[in-house]
Ligand binder design. Sequence first.
Ligand code: ZN
Ligand code: ZN
Length: 356
Amino acid sequence: MSARDPIADLRRIAFLLERANEATYRVRAFRSAAKALAGLPAAEVTERAGNGTLTELAGVGDVTARCVSESLAGEEPVYLRRLVATEGSDLDAEATALRAALRGDCHTHSDWSDGGSPIEEMALAAVELGHEYVVLTDHSPRLTVARGLTAERLRRQLDHVAQVNAALPEGFRILTGIEVDILADGSLDQDDELLARLDVVVGSVHSGLKDERAKMTRRMLKAVANPHLDILGHVTGRMVSSRPAGVTGPGDRGHRARTRNESDFDADAVFAACAEHDTAVEINSRPERQDPPKRLIRRALEAGCRFAINTDAHAPGQLDWQRFGCERAALCGVPADRVVNTWSAEQLVEWTHARD
Ligand SMILES: [Zn+2]
Ligand SMILES: [Zn+2]
């Protein structure tokens, strides 16, 4: 038998989380699951893992059930493996190093869609932060609530960006882009010709977030396979808290903050497709999003995905939120060489255009 002891694995995870000073509720989840399993005959645990009924037990959730299944299959659970990989490292220093390695931001909004400030102001703030580039990714037409740009307005924006760039300091530039809606059928909400012309295309799901699993998975897989899509934005669509204090005003209409569950999709299939098509997974730094959750960042990392650590800033001050994404990336052991915005603007655009 190559099977591991799932209870020992759950308890080991709880111990490592405690030592890393992680939130108590998280630790408790693993301890409760270990306790629930300890009261059952081993044969029943195996049977429940086989037919997917572990989560019917009080104290066992999706994450812990997955760990148990992996243990029983003889694998070190992914969750445990990532914890061990980052154990003993100075996470604060790693987050700082990761932040320092970032040379730009691939997801930002201006007042052309639902941001609060003109493009020029966003760019100047990015210069002051030490960025070499910022990708302007205003919304696409279907997101009318966020004043999404029609093809015609986007063309005008491209002309305007060229003018703004000419006046910006040497060594910095605004890259053109879009946060394009992933429509219900998985197609992208902008003309192909324009998508091909843009430097960076972020694609996000903003509607039908409660679609059932198979439908949402198909939708995301189709988008990820689209050669124009470079970065998959705020992957689960979750909202973990209401709008952070002090963030008010015209920004964020398309990102209105209220608590929202993760959308349901086959994350392993989606991340495998991201790895296959070389589509980067966004680590969205917004405090109310924190998307994807860490367990999914770990899975994307295991799948071999690249990442982009973005702010999704709707105002200049929010451009400094990358630190939050870096902290979560460091907790999951994401190395800088997997993060596309550690590249120069030239390298980044070379990568995106090689994919169109
Ligand atoms: Zn969005
Ligand atoms: Zn956005």
